[in-house]
Write a protein that binds this ligand. Sequence first.
Ligand code: ZN
Length: 722
Amino acid sequence: MQRRSVLLPLLLVCAAAAAAAHAGGAECGLAERSGRARRDTRQAAQRQQAAAAAQQHAALHSPYPAPGTCATRLARGRRSSAGAGGPEAPRAPRRRRRAQEGGEQPAVSRALYFRGEGDQLRLKAEVELPRDAFTVQAWLRPEGGQKTPAVVAGLYDKCSYTTRDRGWVLGINTISDQGNREPRFFFSLKTDRARKVTTITDHRNYLANQWVHLAVTYDGRLMKLYVNGAQVATSGEQVGNIFSPLTLKCKVLMLGGNALNQNYRGYVEHFSLWRTARCQKEILSDMAMVTHEADAPLPQLVFQETLLNVKSIWSPMKDSPSLPQIEFTSHPGYLLDTSLDPPLCGQTVCDNKEVIASYNKLPNFRHKKVVRYRVVNIYDDHHHNPTVSREQIEFQHQQLNDAFSPYNITWELEVLEVKNSSLRHRLILANCEISKIGDDSCDPECNHTLTGYDGGDCRHMRHSSFNKKKQNGVCDMDCNFERYSFDGGDCCNPEITDVTKTCFDPDSPHRAYLDVKELKNRLQLDGSTHLNIFFANSSEEELAGVATWPWDKEALVHLGGIVLNPSFYGIAGHTHTMIHEIGHSLGLYHVFRGISEILSCNDPCMETEPSFETGDLCHDTNPAPKHKTCGDPAPGNDMCGFRSFQDTPFNNFMSYTDDDCTNSFTPNQVARMHCYLDLVYQSWQPVKKPAPIAITPQIVDRMGTFITLEWFPPIDRHFFER
Ligand SMILES: [Zn+2]
């Protein structure tokens, strides 16, 4: 508010100066440029900035929400899922290492490595393929970013176009039509007489770079898919023989891809084919066995690939450059599914339902946590005119602790007083990309008197009033726009004008404004010891705050922290803004995320009923649209089939209702905040010791009559570094 009272007279001064200059009849020394050349470079910069912004994932909260002011929508480009070609799933290598350290050195065996570039194999014709029942088993270690589909193995017909799709395929395919999302193992089959193909899929995405045992069976009646010995899918849609004896010669079994180059990339080991449907018990026993001894009587085994002589049973594709490589591998067997995956619209292990349930159930997890935060208060060089008053800081601090302490979170305040007139006298823009200033389109978030109304973009200019004035050593406000090169530089010349009031040129080092990132870069505050609180004045959009999500890469560095509008800080009636922004920093979404922040009605975050897996990922906040009334919203426009909302969490701090209505967090929200304090923010706390997280023990290894159980270790950020 202080800033505002300063700006009003300034505006009048500018107008008066402009009028005087105009009356003098001087002309801008530069002809009005088309602006095109400049706009082009700007647009390139803008695209880069936009890309950067998309990664930034800031959570914004505006008391006057304009469309799109809440950047939580950006945050939903969730980190690449483990199976979608992202980095190697972090937990598995740790466990594998441990198994190896444990002394159980697995036997070295041979695996085929397919590069996915035409190195697929065909089974030689001497092998008689099963046609009424079969089992295919293999160990796989698929790489990320597979083709869709990627065929691991398949039975095809090479003779007739009409029967080409008869047979079976085992591979990886996406179940979503959105690009490469949700790649899963699948088994499809079309028998001799079937009209269409049946495909069954794994219930979860495959994990890149992890060994997995796959088995598919068909007994003439049921098709089944087993992953790591567990039956994950079945179908009774196909019946009868796979192909008739007449077409036997046309049938070809391919490994590592198909004739359409839908090739698999990764390892295949212990591939075996049976002329019977192995039962689950047999599959489990096959998994434990490296190979079936040659002398064992196994009439149902068509062949098992030991890779002792690949060329004896396989032939390469025609004009194929090379065979797949044979590599020696040593894997201690499959890794049971102990990973704690977040739901589709979550980000981290703290979004996992089981983890949150543990935080809910066990008070020990929500033990008292003290968290340090640092308020960055900027003064002028003489230690006068602070951005916020001491009273504001103290009042806000009290309000903060009143709000959080019932949930065992208390805040420890540090105030950093920065004496810097150059910073203090500049406008700090909360949410404006500097490159958008003077780009020929009005960006409300950049519209401010001290940006020259977005470099002139937001100003309706009557061309007739812009008689050309000379570059006359005076800052003519009439010419102080991008299209006149900001009066040819006169308004950014500190020799002739007060640049803190007149310099709007985004390319000038003297400009009157900074964006928040520039402020943070100048201050270089350690983000790993405190939650930093910065202040920025807002633009026309009146943004109240910007927070950094715990999963953002900036969360613990100088570019993280929270940015608040000083007008909504420590002022009665506005203190919940900071509480709300801290909620974002500790991993809370808006309670209306599942209704008002979804991209479409197919969005995996859409919340149709309270859920741990959609919307704000809290089961105890009912779905709600964005609204500001202290009560349930009136039935409104149809939103993906919803018209009315009951028992909405309007008194929740993470809603958009006013201070006199909001008063609480829900238990699930509290669980999430405690989880993120353990997972990400231990270094903000004087005492760093998270409770071990209680997850049901899970089987991680199975040897003969023994099993190995594992409990999850304490949650901390090292979880992701291993
Ligand atoms: Zn918000």
